[in-house]
Design a protein around this ligand. Structure first.
Ligand SMILES: [Mn+2]
Length: 448
């Protein structure tokens, strides 16, 4: 799956017997989701050093409704959203090294379902349930499991979107565990010994500085498209004490966090558009403007997990089309797809890093013979002008990125949009086909 970057079983296997191996393996009850997940997280644990890591967690829906007819009833799937579509949820935590923004692996993965006959939130008295019994407990479970898997790390920062703005999660970030979360609620806070609203306090605090942000614009012509521009972002931050929500009862101490607001100045907002506006909470100390910029940068890297979800779906690994007949087996194969997707993610992250680590070598992802093949391809793909040549140090990970992106259809000009995850995935598939031919040629050459 890593080499072919897909989950279509008949394409993964050359012979009928190979195809049967896939079916038998994923349908074997001795192969459990728990054992697959622990193998994946142990693999991550082995790569952890005494460094700072960012952990991006998020949930995606895997919709299998179009295969319903061939999937056995009650075989481990549930329903989503509209309470109709056959599906499961997947909540992975992607680990990235903070210093060079390189891709490391997964520290936690939780597949889960909503059963087909579920009482609604009201009937279940959802609001009064303890957090351990709520679905939102997965966010905290991730932080707890990550601490074990990344026990060698010197610092761990969990990064999540608004859904992860949970009081218990902020409370769980202590010692070496930190949190960056986009704010969902205008919480009550203690500020200068007074009870205030978080948003108002932020808005009224001093402007600490500003920076320019490139808004790429939306190339689709929809009514809500973003206009390409350089946004002038105004930054404010303030240390506050978050007051525990009423459901926690009395006697729970407030939690000290730093709140950051990054809001587009009205001077660059085009007519009819909303300003770009982020409010972020963090347990990291924000002492000055550059600390705040660092937190905003780390939050913006959260986009990588959305990219991972895109890679897993239709145009990438196509996990929603896995043709197994058992729900549990489909979930197991999806876990393999997650691990296989890391190779493509690692290439993308190497190309997007702010301060890329030049010591990251292609051999981390490709074997020696594959690198020989990449070398031949580089010569084929390079143009005559400097602009059309691979700009990266030979045999570095970014050198391999450039070749794979070119194979995926990217033309290699700096003026072009940088290659996206689907282009890289196409490049990996293309490379695999070429490499098979390369090996056949090698074998023929060495024939006596
Ligand atoms: Mn989300």
């Amino acid at each position: 799956m890593t080499q072919k970057s897909q989950t279509t079983i008949y394409k993964l296997s050359n012979r009928w017997a190979d195809q049967m191996v896939y079916y038998r393996f994923f349908n074997n009850s001795k192969v459990t989701t728990t054992s697959i997940i622990s193998t994946i997280t142990q693999d991550t644990a082995q790569r952890i050093e005494a460094e700072h890591y960012l952990i991006f967690q998020d949930t995606t829906q895997v919709n299998l409704e179009k295969n319903r007819a061939q999937i056995e009833a009650n075989s481990g799937l549930g329903l989503i959203g509209d309470n109709r579509s056959l599906a499961f949820y997947l909540h992975p935590s992607l680990v990235v090294k903070a210093c060079d923004e390189s891709c490391v692996g997964f520290s936690f993965i939780k597949p889960y379902i909503h059963s087909e006959h579920r009482a609604d939130r009201h009937e279940r008295k959802y609001k009064t349930l303890p957090i351990e019994e709520k679905e939102s407990y997965r966010w905290i479970e991730s932080v707890e499991n990550t601490a074990k898997v990344l026990s060698k790390a010197s610092l761990r920062t969990s990064v999540q979107d608004r859904e992860g703005d949970i009081f218990e999660l902020l409370a769980a970030a202590t010692g070496q565990d930190h949190l960056i979360v986009r704010s969902r609620d205008n919480r009550k806070i203690l500020y200068e010994d007074k009870v205030c609203d978080l948003y108002q306090t932020l808005e009224e605090s001093d402007l600490k500085g500003s920076y320019l942000l490139d808004i790429r614009g939306d190339i689709r012509h929809s009514s809500k498209n973003k206009i390409k521009r350089q946004a002038l972002m105004e930054l404010r931050f303030v240390a506050v004490d978050i007051i525990a929500p009423a459901r926690k009862g009395k006697g729970v101490l407030p939690i000290k966090v730093w709140a950051i607001e990054s809001k587009e100045s009205s001077s660059t907002v085009p007519e009819g558009e909303q300003p770009v506006h982020w409010r972020i909470l963090t347990t990291h100390l924000v002492g000055n403007f550059s600390d705040a910029c660092q937190i905003v940068r780390w939050y913006s890297l959260r986009w990588h997990i959305e990219t991972l979800f895109r890679l897993l779906k239709t145009q990438g690994f196509a996990i929603e089309s896995i043709e197994l007949e058992n729900g549990e087996s489909i979930i197991k194969m999806t876990l393999f797809a997650l691990q296989a997707a890391l190779r493509v993610m690692a290439l993308l992250l190497a190309s997007k890093a702010n301060e890329p680590n030049e010591n990251q070598q292609a051999k981390e992802l490709f074997c020696e013979n594959e690198i020989k093949c990449l070398q031949v391809l580089e010569t084929q793909l390079s143009g005559n002008t400097i602009k059309q040549q691979n700009p990266y140090p030979k045999y570095s990970l970014r050198w391999a990125f450039w070749i794979i992106a070119r194979l995926g259809g990217w033309k290699g000009y700096a003026s072009q949009r940088p290659p996206g995850i689907i282009t890289l995935n196409d490049g990996i598939k293309q490379f695999n086909n070429i490499y098979l031919g390369f090996k056949i040629a090698q074998r023929d050459m060495y024939k006596p």
